[in-house]
Design a protein around this ligand. Structure first.
Ligand SMILES: Cc1cc2nc3c(=O)[nH]c(=O)nc-3n(C[C@H](O)[C@H](O)[C@H](O)COP(=O)(O)O)c2cc1C
Length: 164
């Protein structure tokens, strides 16, 4: 497709605003450093072996840690996690450790931070990281699972947080 035929990015974002997404925080750790990013671009790939994918912005240099560390945890959020989702989306511009201080985190198999009361957490080793357009697609093999208490899910739809 030539540039002339390319879908207008603003139009694409408008259409995507009608696509309801479960809000999740993808986390990792490398040495003393921890990072978490609020995402909706994440989903299941397969159940055998359990595999997930998540897309993080390649233009944000801080996201290089996900490839460097070789591990990540995908934490699916409940409605009451909205302030946490906002902190990990950079709202308030808190330093990383102040973001993590807002919740309790566990370590399962890979050591990536697992949110103790997430609806579900998927602790993964990195299978592959592939840059596509502006994003890094991280493919993860699920090494361990954690499920917190059941609760309504945190959804992002029409550019706003909702509960389902
Ligand atoms: C609802 C919502 C969904 C988001 N989804 C993604 C995503 O899928 N991938 C991504 O890289 N950033 C996504 N973001 C943006 C990041 O959360 C945000 O840019 C980042 O955490 C802020 O950068 P900082 O951590 O370097 O301060 C999303 C933000 C919100 C509020």
């Amino acid at each position: 497709m030539t540039n002339a035929e390319m879908i207008d990015p603003a139009l694409y974002r408008n259409a995507m605003s009608r696509y309801a997404g479960h809000v999740q925080i993808v986390t990792t750790t490398d040495g003393q450093e921890r990072r978490g990013v609020t995402v909706t671009a994440a989903c299941s790939v397969s159940d055998s072996p359990a595999t997930v994918l998540v897309c993080v912005n390649a233009t944000n240099a801080s996201n290089a840690i996900f490839e460097k560390s070789g591990r990540f945890a995908l934490n699916s959020l409940a409605g009451h996690h909205r302030p946490l989702a906002e902190a990990f989306a950079g709202i308030g511009k808190l330093p990383a450790e102040e973001r993590f201080a807002k919740a309790q985190w566990l370590s399962l198999v890979t050591g990536a931070p697992v949110l103790s009361d997430a609806l579900a957490s998927f602790d993964c080793t990195l299978l592959e990281a592939k840059v596509v357009a502006t994003h890094i697609v991280l493919l993860g093999k699920v090494e361990a699972l954690h499920m917190g208490p059941p609760s309504p899910a945190l959804i992002y739809f029409e550019r706003a947080f909702k509960e389902l």
